[in-house]
Design a protein around this ligand. Structure first.
Ligand code: SF4
Length: 210
């Protein structure tokens, strides 16, 4: 069932013209990976290489992400990787709120098909949009430096229990190598949660809100 739903979803994304980004893209980038993945990784938007190939995280930031995953003992094939918006914004600008709003239903459907144990959000757009869909307020989740590495045990769209771990986007770490350590630490934590090795004492919404 989920395979059929997923294939339908991919077809819709590949022919989507719901927002102005369809005018600039070469190829939409739906996402890729296992439909039974325990870990889902969500970035912000495709870049140049992704737009060329129609695959997520295949440019320099993607190569860094793959290296970090491999150094932690998991491969890309074990996870599902996608972005908040599925088409590349021109000049790699941030997607507008309208573009995000148009594209978000696809991500919601992907998450509800895959039903991962853990979602790793790469970057502030991804963290903000996903945590808002889990009931947090924008003001609580808008600063990635404050929420990175925190564990949010939440209910996605009021129906799927999931742990969300935000971290920096690997593109930022290309220019600031110090961030690579934080990203690796945060992803390690997420992997341990998915593997049941990381004990979570209490709801981290409570942790976060003090
Ligand atoms: S970014 Fe999303 S909503 Fe906009 S055209 Fe691409 S798939 Fe459609």
């Amino acid at each position: 069932m989920s395979q059929i739903e997923y294939e339908q979803l991919v077809r819709e994304i590949l022919s989507c013209t719901k927002c102005p980004l369809h005018r600039y893209r070469r190829r939409p980038v739906p996402g890729e990976g296992r439909l039974d993945a325990e870990i889902m990784i969500v970035g912000e938007a495709p870049g140049e290489k992704e737009d060329e190939q129609g695959r997520p995280f295949v440019g320099p930031a993607g190569q860094l992400l793959t290296k970090i995953l491999n150094s932690l003992g998991i491969s890309r094939e074990q996870v599902y990787i996608t972005n908040v918006v599925k088409c590349r914004p021109p000049e790699n600008r941030d997607p507008t709120p309208e573009e995000i709003k148009s594209c978000l239903p696809y991500l919601i459907r992907q998450i509800l098909i895959i039903r991962p144990k853990v979602i790793i959000c790469l970057g502030r757009h991804s963290a903000r949009e996903i945590l808002k869909l889990c009931g947090l307020r924008e003001s609580e989740v808008s600063q990635i430096s404050k929420i990175r590495g925190k564990i949010f045990n939440v209910k996605f769209m009021g129906e799927h229990d999931v742990t969300v771990v935000p971290t920096y986007h690997p593109a930022a770490a290309l220019y600031n190598p110090r961030l690579r350590t934080y990203i690796a630490e945060d992803i390690k934590k997420a992997i341990e949660i998915a593997q049941g090795k990381h004990r979570v004492e209490r709801s981290s919404i409570l942790d976060y809100l003090g």
